[in-house]
Design a protein around this ligand. Structure first.
Ligand SMILES: [Zn+2]
Length: 457
C-alpha cells in the first residue's frame, strides 16, 4: 500500500520549466514521490489517504537546496568579524585545526537544524578540515543529516598546500596528497548512493587554489570521474585570490581550473565573484555550476557575483549559505532576499533579479548544481516529495497579495510543514526528529571546548 498525503487550498509555485503557479491548488504525495498537483481540489476517491492538510493561507514551493556550507563553522561563529577572506582564514585556521568528532557532530546538528527549520530539504557540507586522530568526521556528518531527515551531499574536502608550500593554511592543518585522495575515495565508496531517491551523496572537493596543490586538483578531478561523482571547490572569490593565482600559476582562477580539469557539467564552484566575460563564457560552454553565496560575500567584503550575467549565459546557479563563520545567520530562506537585493546593487540595478528568479536559484538552480535536477528542485509528478508549506497569512505577509513576492521580499516566512522524501521533518517551525534546545546546548558546550583548546595552544 502506497500511503498518500493530500495538501489542499494553497497557492503553489512549482518552479517547473514554465514557472507554473496555482493561486489555489493541491498536491498529492504518494510514498516518497509527488503523484499529482494542480488547480482546485485534489481528485476524489484517492485510495490510502492517511492525511489531509488544509493549507489555507499557505504557499507551497519545492524545498530549498543549499549548495555551499561548512557545518563545522557553526561553533566558530562571531569571530574575526571585521576581516576580509584571507585575514579571516589566517585568524581562524589555528582554531579550526583543533576540531574533533564531538565538536563536528554538534556543529553539524546546529547547521542542519537552522536550515531545516527555514525550509531547506537538501543540504550540503563542504568539509575540508581533517585533523589527525579526530575520528571519522565524514560518517559523523552524514549521520547527523540522516538523523534529521535532510537529503544530503557531503563534499569531501581536503587541503595539502600548507604555508611551507606557499599556501595559506598552517602546515599542521593539512593532509598529504596521498592521504587526501585515499580518504576521499574511501568516503565515496562507503557513503555515495547513486540511486534516484538517494538521501546521501558524496562529491570530491579539494578546498581552494590557495590551500590545495595542483596535483591534488588534477588527481581529484580524475578520481571523481573514475568514481562517477561530482566535483566541488571554491573559486574566484576575492581579488586577493585572483592575485595569488596570477603570482603562483601565471594565470587567473578560471584558466587554472580549466588547466586542472575543473570545468565541466559535473563541477560546481562556490562564489565565482571575480569573473570576466571570457570566464563566464568558459563556465557556460562547459556547463560548470555556481553556488552563489551573497551574505558571505558581503560579510567578507568579497564583492558582488555577476549572477544576472551568469544566468543570461546559461550557467547553472544555486544558492549557498556558506560556512557560518562568514554568515552567522546560517539560514537559506533569507538568502533568497539577500541574493535579490545584493544583485540589484550591481550593474544591472532593478533588472538584476526578480522574485521568481530568486526562488528558482534557491530550488531548481540548487538541484541543477548538485546534479539532481531530475529528482528534486521543482514540483512535478514523479519527482521526489521534497516540499515546504510557507505560512503567508500572519502579520508579516498577509497584506502582500502575491505569495512569491511575499516570500522573497518579505520577512523570513514561518514554515508550517516541510517534507523530505515524503516524510515530515518540520512542523510549525520546529524539527520533528530532533530537539532544538538540546542541540543549542551541545553547540554552546562544544564551542566553549574548542575556544578553550585554541586559547591553551
Ligand atoms: Zn566556503
Amino acid at each position: 500500500m502506497t500511503q498518500r498525503i493530500v495538501i489542499e487550498n494553497c497557492a503553489i509555485a512549482t518552479v517547473d520549466a514554465d514557472d507554473t503557479e496555482y493561486a489555489n491548488g493541491y498536491v498529492v504525495i504518494a510514498g516518497n514521490r509527488i503523484e499529482s498537483l494542480g488547480a482546485g481540489r485534489a481528485p476524489g476517491q484517492l485510495a490510502d489517504v492517511v492525511r489531509r492538510i488544509d493549507a489555507t493561507g499557505h504557499l507551497v514551493t519545492p524545498g530549498l537546496v543549499n549548495t555551499h556550507h561548512h557545518f563545522y563553522q557553526w561553533i566558530t561563529r562571531g569571530l574575526a568579524t571585521d576581516h576580509n577572506l584571507f585575514d579571516w582564514l589566517v585568524a581562524l585556521y589555528p582554531t579550526w585545526a583543533r576540531i574533533d568528532e564531538r565538536m563536528v557532530h554538534a556543529a553539524a546538528q546546529g547547521s542542519l537544524a537552522m536550515m531545516a527549520r527555514g525550509g531547506v530539504t537538501t543540504a550540503m557540507d563542504h568539509h575540508y578540515v581533517f585533523p589527525r586522530g579526530a575520528g571519522d568526521l565524514s560518517a559523523t556528518i552524514i549521520g547527523a543529516a540522516r538523523d534529521m531527515g535532510v537529503r544530503f551531499t557531503l563534499a569531501r574536502g581536503s587541503m595539502d598546500r600548507g604555508e611551507s608550500d606557499g599556501g595559506l593554511p598552517p602546515d599542521f592543518a593539512v593532509e598529504t596528497l596521498d592521504d587526501a585522495l585515499a580518504a576521499t575515495e574511501e568516503t565515496v565508496r562507503r557513503h555515495h548512493d547513486a540511486s534516484f531517491d538517494a538521501m546521501t551523496q558524496v562529491a570530491v572537493a579539494p578546498c581552494s587554489p590557495f590551500s590545495v596543490s595542483t596535483e591534488l586538483m588534477s588527481q581529484g578531478a580524475q578520481l571523481a570521474r573514475r568514481l562517477g561523482v561530482r566535483l566541488h571547490t571554491h573559486g574566484s572569490e576575492t581579488v586577493e585570490e585572483e592575485k595569488f593565482c596570477h603570482e603562483l600559476f601565471g594565470m587567473g582562477p578560471t584558466d587554472y581550473f580549466e588547466s586542472t580539469g575543473w570545468l565541466g557539467e559535473d563541477v560546481w564552484m562556490a562564489h565565482c565573484v571575480h569573473m570576466n566575460d571570457s570566464d563566464i563564457d568558459a563556465f557556460a560552454r562547459t556547463r560548470t555550476g555556481v553556488a552563489h553565496c551573497p551574505s558571505s560575500n558581503a560579510r567578507l567584503a568579497a564583492g558582488i557575483a555577476r549572477v544576472p550575467d551568469l544566468l543570461a549565459a546559461g550557467v547553472p546557479v544555486g544558492l549557498g549559505v556558506d560556512g557560518t563563520a562568514s554568515n552567522e545567520s546560517g539560514e537559506l530562506h533569507t538568502e533568497l532576499r539577500n541574493a535579490l537585493l545584493i544583485n540589484r546593487l550591481g550593474a544591472h540595478r532593478e533588472a538584476a533579479l526578480n522574485a521568481r528568479q530568486a526562488l528558482r536559484l534557491g530550488t531548481y538552480g540548487g538541484a541543477q548544481v548538485l546534479g539532481r535536477a531530475r529528482e528534486i528542485g521543482s514540483l512535478e509528478p514523479g519527482k521526489l516529495a521534497d516540499l515546504v508549506l510557507w505560512r503567508m497569512d500572519t502579520l508579516a505577509h498577509a497584506s502582500i497579495a502575491d505569495p512569491v513576492t511575499a516570500l522573497v521580499f518579505g520577512a523570513a516566512a514561518p514554515v508550517t510543514a516541510s517534507f523530505v522524501n515524503g516524510r515530515q521533518i518540520v512542523a510549525d517551525s520546529h524539527l520533528t526528529l530532533a530537539d532544538e534546545d538540546t542541540i543549542a546546548r551541545a553547540t554552546r558546550e562544544q564551542a566553549r571546548r574548542l575556544a578553550g583548546l585554541a586559547a591553551g595552544a
